[in-house]
Design a protein around this ligand. Structure first.
Ligand code: APR
Length: 237
């Protein structure tokens, strides 16, 4: 059943991966409850104490690769939507995990980078990195040693893929925002960048500080609400 929407943009945040066992950043037991952003997620932090920053990302990368961490029903429902969208489709994620890809999603852009990737400060190339990153790590592209950093967008750094994202938002007729607290820009402002007649939907456990900007809201767990909403979409409701 081809849906009536011609240009779909999805924005996901940490909430879509929470039921897969990945910590969110804010709220109960959030990552920022136990780590200071300026110590582990800022370029100055990497300048000052690269070992601490590597440890922070190595721990999260190792956890992501454990067998119990896998895509949940919400990730799979988005893959189902992508397969049933005979239109333009873009899945924008703020998450640095690879659960969308592991659910089979193809048109995914990581605006805050990817924890499974390393970026070389010498050749600027980004490459897959699966083991712990240290000051001894060697770049797989240029062979330089000790110049790798996590391929993550830190606070005060420029987010990625904005040109492509803006192009899709400008023409969007269905914008679905899932599992983000709406506290970090530019992602939190995307709902303001879609056309006036765009259908805007927020799916979250609870209302957020950007809820008032959406026309529709579905509150509950992503693994329940996302599949339910997408099933309705695909069946043409
Ligand atoms: N189902 C749906 N929503 C959920 C669930 C769930 N099971 N669990 C949590 N949430 C919601 C919370 O209600 C909250 O609104 O997910 C959101 C998580 O918010 P944050 O932890 O702030 O994560 P996010 O919005 O993705 O953070 C944005 O901030 O720290 C930076 O770069 C980091 O990408 C991150 C950005």
């Amino acid at each position: 059943m081809a849906m009536k929407y011609t240009n779909i943009v999805i924005l996901t945040g940490a909430g879509i991966s929470e039921e897969s066992g990945i910590q969110t950043f804010r709220g109960v037991d959030g990552i920022w409850e136990n780590h200071r952003i300026e110590e582990v997620a800022h370029p100055m932090a990497f300048q000052k104490n690269p070992e601490l920053v590597h440890r922070f990302y190595n721990e999260r990368r190792k956890k992501l690769q454990t067998p119990e961490i896998r895509p949940n029903e919400a990730h799979l429902a988005l893959k189902n939507l992508e397969d049933n969208s005979f239109a333009h489709f873009l899945l924008v994620t703020q998450n640095v995990d690879n659960l969308h890809e592991r659910a089979g999603a193809e048109k995914v852009v990581h605006m805050h980078g990817e924890i499974m990737k390393a970026r070389c400060l010498s050749c600027e190339k980004s490459n897959e990195h699966f083991e712990d990153m240290t000051l001894e790590s060697v770049c797989k592209s240029c062979g330089t040693k000790g110049r790798l950093r996590p391929d993550i967008v830190w606070f005060e750094e420029t987010v990625m893929h904005m040109k492509e994202i803006m192009e899709h938002l400008r023409l969007c007729d269905l914008f679905i925002c899932i599992g983000t607290s709406g506290q970090v820009y530019p992602a939190a402002g995307f709902v303001d960048m879609v056309p006036l007649d765009c259908r805007t939907v927020e799916i979250n456990l609870v209302p957020t500080q950007i809820s008032s900007l959406f026309k529709e809201h579905y509150y509950g767990k992503a693994s329940i609400e996302v599949p339910r909403f997408i099933q309705q979409l695909i069946s043409g409701k």
